[in-house]
Design a protein around this ligand. Structure first.
Ligand code: TXA
Ligand code: MG
Length: 345
């Protein structure tokens, strides 16, 4: 299969290109598209066979359910049984935007979407191309991140192409994703809402809207099994081995380690902040920007991991951040990328 990339301008979306994309969806095939978080790999969310193609293209385990993306609230009422007051509050404050809600599903939602669960994940993205694409296809679009399972999520069309070239007919290129990490997933199917995956909307922020909201045990205690099926898999992994250091002495430790690996003839890549980058003149470096700007760090994190792989480093030594606010969402990704090789100094 030939994979075609079509560029779209968010402020002046070419309707002919969108029509082609919508037709591909309505015929039961796949289209990758930009959202404000990461690129998604879309299929008609009400078409079981189309959704199964997503699992094949990504190499995704079949017990890992998909998110349905909608462009208006009427679509929501067709998909879920009931919407409790907490879910209504979250919808009012955070949609359209990087928040996914889990609710009890209606029978119209295929098993391939929910991996057989009685709940379904739904999100209304804020990206203009995503919203217009869903409206044009006139169906909820099932979409996981558009990467090969296990790899860092794609934040640029070229990342999608790298993973899925030859496996899907079309990629809509809307430039680089604003946020760069995936949506916050909140389970609203039971009495008190639970955050299953931290994202751009942080625990601290959501607690102001719903004081009873909690974090899934697995996000607080590493030994617990996550409630969200997707959270238990190997994830966001670069080809290179990765280690993450946190604390005042992180730069010094990273430099020690980098020299050690270099002496053993390993090619080393360093991920650090603007104020420390000068230490690492002898190495391939990418900056996470200013250490106070966590939004920028989340924006570049996955791109940086993919860039390190593209220059072929053997080992990535990265500086991490504290586990609070957006730092919690960033560290959730970094811990998985580094297979839990995290060192507090
Ligand atoms: O920002 C995002 O959420 C991106 C863009 C494309 O929208 N999508 C995304 O999808 O990250 P994916 O498939 O990579 O992650 C979806 C997560 C997985 O951890 C999955 O297990 C969880 O949501 N999930 C989906 N349905 C669920 C359900 N019914 N119950 C619990 N977890 C669910
Ligand atoms: Mg994913």
């Amino acid at each position: 299969m030939i994979t075609k990339i079509f560029s779209l301008d968010k402020d002046n979306i070419d309707q002919n290109i969108l029509n082609i994309a919508a037709n591909i969806i309505n015929e039961g095939n796949l289209v990758a598209f930009p959202t404000e978080t990461v690129y998604g790999l879309g299929a008609d969310g009400l078409n079981e066979a189309a959704c199964q193609k997503i699992f094949a293209a990504k190499g995704r385990p079949s017990d890992n359910p998909l998110i349905l993306h909608i462009s208006n609230q009427d679509m929501l009422y067709n998909l879920v049984d009931s919407i409790n007051d907490d879910a209504k509050k979250l919808i009012k404050t955070c949609w359209p935007g990087p928040l996914t809600l889990i609710m009890k599903k209606k029978s119209v939602v295929p098993d391939a979407v929910t991996a057989g669960l009685d709940t379904v994940a739904i999100r209304m993205p804020s990206d203009k191309i995503a919203l217009n694409f869903i409206t044009k296809a006139n169906t909820p679009i099932a979409a996981p991140s558009a990467n090969t399972s296990g790899k860092p999520s794609p934040t640029r069309a070229k990342d999608v192409f790298q993973d899925l070239n030859g496996k899907i007919p079309m990629i809509l290129d809307g430039g680089s994703c604003k946020i760069g990490i995936e949506s916050t997933v909140v389970d609203c199917s039971e009495k008190n809402p639970v955050i299953l995956r931290p994202g751009y909307y942080t625990y601290e922020y959501l607690k102001e809207i719903i004081p009873s909201i909690t974090l899934d045990d697995a996000l607080v205690n590493d030994g617990k099994i996550p409630k969200s099926p997707g959270q238990k898999y190997k994830h966001y992994s670069p080809n290179a081995k990765m280690k993450v250091y946190i604390g005042d002495n992180a730069s010094k430790k990273i430099l020690d380690q980098a020299m050690k690996y270099k002496n053993q003839n390993y090619k080393v890549g360093i991920l650090t902040f603007d104020d420390s980058i000068a230490y690492f003149d002898d190495f391939k470096t990418i900056s996470f920007g200013n250490r106070d700007n966590l939004s920028y760090m989340s924006h570049v994190l996955f791109t940086a991991l993919r860039e390190m792989d593209s220059v072929g480093v053997d080992i990535i030594l990265a500086e991490g951040v504290n586990d609070i606010d957006l730092g919690k969402s960033i560290m959730n990704r970094m811990k998985k990328s580094a297979s839990n090789n995290i060192f507090y100094l």
